[in-house]
Unconditional design. Structure first.
Length: 457
């Protein structure tokens, strides 16, 4: 029983490590978060660097950068969190229901869920957010409201979905309101403090909501929708509760809905942890409302916080079928279903992600190789406003001069690196005025690397 869980965690972790070794992160937002973390080290009190995002994940990136790490270390952290989440779900289901099979199968499904494969090795905040929610639910079921509130406070500084959860835990703990108040008071106070601090830094209340709405509406008009250029209200309403999990599970799509029917029929017996169901329902409503109002982009990764509930429901559905059939062969059949799940969905996703990662950011990777080949010394400086190159190069922050190459006037380049060499990484169109001063070290249609000419050349 438990071996099923551990084998699934080991398999998914190995696949994520393989994808990490294939090439750079595929998600462009990951680079934005990483750069915000680096900016945070320079100007920690300037909350404008967070843009429409929340600060916790940027603080994690900043801490990694301060220790000399970068994007790869953040991805490794998420791989570790991705291995932790199935174990937390197993503990949560096992302790709340007393059903060891439900915990093991639910955790195994969470480990192997296709959406989690690529996202679980990206430097995005969703794996941390998922672990924080699962940890909060487990602490709640164990009667530890203080720890619940502390984890929810961290979640409230990680993703906005957590902002709807303080009322949920107020309702869950209504009968023992005073004893359980920390579960909702702490995150409520945290998000209020963030809003006040953000207002003090920007001069506008809830500026991030306005900026997010403007960005989401512009992006949806530019990118269209998964089903075409025009919005569809009914598809938006079904996107997160039905269409996204059905896309992930495909032939196994009925399992969560069968599990939901089983859970509803046995609702008086506590078939699923109340905290998991309540928090997931609130997040689902929040996401669906935001998508229908075009306040978010309907991204699949938003569903990541809901995967533990759907994995639990799918496990409940699969177990209900196996127990109805009875016999040892039914258990073996259940193991076969999980194996098919891995083969049918997870393996193709891994192959697709692997090949995309190998081809991703080839020009930026070539520029990075040119910088490494130049063997930079402490006094050398690199002018670069391409975050992908800065992060892939893993150069000390003190060596980076973040400005556009086109802003350098005649002769100005030489004064940026007194006592050292100067390198410029930019788009080719931005370095026309510098080609006479600096030597071309590497060039492609997308990125060019210039460097100080060697003496005597």
């Amino acid at each position: 029983m438990r071996s099923l869980l551990w084998l699934s965690i080991l398999a998914s972790t190995a696949l994520r490590l393989l994808l990490l070794s294939a090439g750079p992160d595929l998600d462009t937002d990951a680079y934005g978060h990483a750069m915000a973390g680096r900016f945070l080290l320079d100007t920690p009190l300037d909350l404008r660097i967070h843009w429409v995002w929340l600060p916790l994940w940027h603080a994690v990136h900043g801490g990694i950068a301060a220790l000399g790490g970068g994007l790869q270390e953040a991805r490794l952290l998420n791989i570790a969190l991705g291995a932790l989440a199935p174990w937390l779900l197993d503990r949560l289901l096992r302790e709340a229901t007393g059903d060891g099979w439900l915990g093991a199968v639910g955790g195994a499904l969470l480990a192997l869920w296709p959406l989690g494969l690529g996202l679980g090795q990206s430097a995005q905040p969703e794996p941390l957010f998922q672990v924080l929610l699962l940890g909060a639910c487990l602490c709640w079921e164990r009667g530890r409201p203080g720890w619940t509130g502390a984890l929810l406070s961290c979640a409230a500084l990680c993703r906005y979905e957590a902002w709807v959860l303080p009322p949920v835990f107020l309702a869950l703990g209504w009968r023992g309101a005073r004893a359980r108040a920390l579960a909702w008071l702490l995150p409520g106070a945290t998000l209020c403090a963030w809003c006040v601090a953000h207002r003090a830094a920007t001069g506008e209340w809830l500026q991030f909501l306005r900026l997010n709405q403007e960005f989401a509406r512009e992006a949806s008009q530019r990118l269209g929708f998964p089903w075409g250029p025009e919005p569809s209200l009914w598809r938006m309403a079904l996107w997160y509760p039905v269409l996204q999990p059905a896309y992930d599970l495909q032939v196994f799509a009925p399992l969560p809905f069968l599990g939901a029917a089983v859970a509803w029929r046995r609702r008086g017996e506590g078939p699923l942890p109340g905290a998991l169901v309540a928090t997931s329902a609130a997040v689902l409503l929040f996401l669906s409302y935001g998508w229908m109002r075009r306040l978010n982009l309907g991204l699949p990764r938003h569903f990541f916080a809901l995967v533990p509930l759907y994995a639990s429901l799918a496990a409940a559905g699969a177990l209900a079928l196996a127990r109805r059939l009875q016999g040892a062969w039914a258990t073996r059949a259940l193991g076969g279903v999980l194996l098919l799940f891995l083969v049918v969905r997870t393996a193709p996703v891994a192959r697709w992600t692997f090949h995309r990662s190998r081809a991703h950011l080839l020009p930026e990777r070539a520029a990075t190789a040119a910088l490494r080949g130049a063997r930079l010394q402490g006094a050398d400086r690199v002018v670069c406003d391409l975050p992908e190159v800065e992060l892939l190069a893993r150069l000390p922050r003190g060596q980076m001069v973040r400005r556009r190459a086109s802003s350098l006037g005649p002769g100005e380049a030489g004064g940026l690196a007194p006592g050292g060499r100067l390198f410029v990484v930019a788009r080719p169109a931005e370095v026309r005025a510098l080609r006479g001063e600096l030597e071309v070290l590497q060039e492609s249609a997308e990125v060019v690397v210039l460097g100080t000419r060697e003496a005597g050349t």
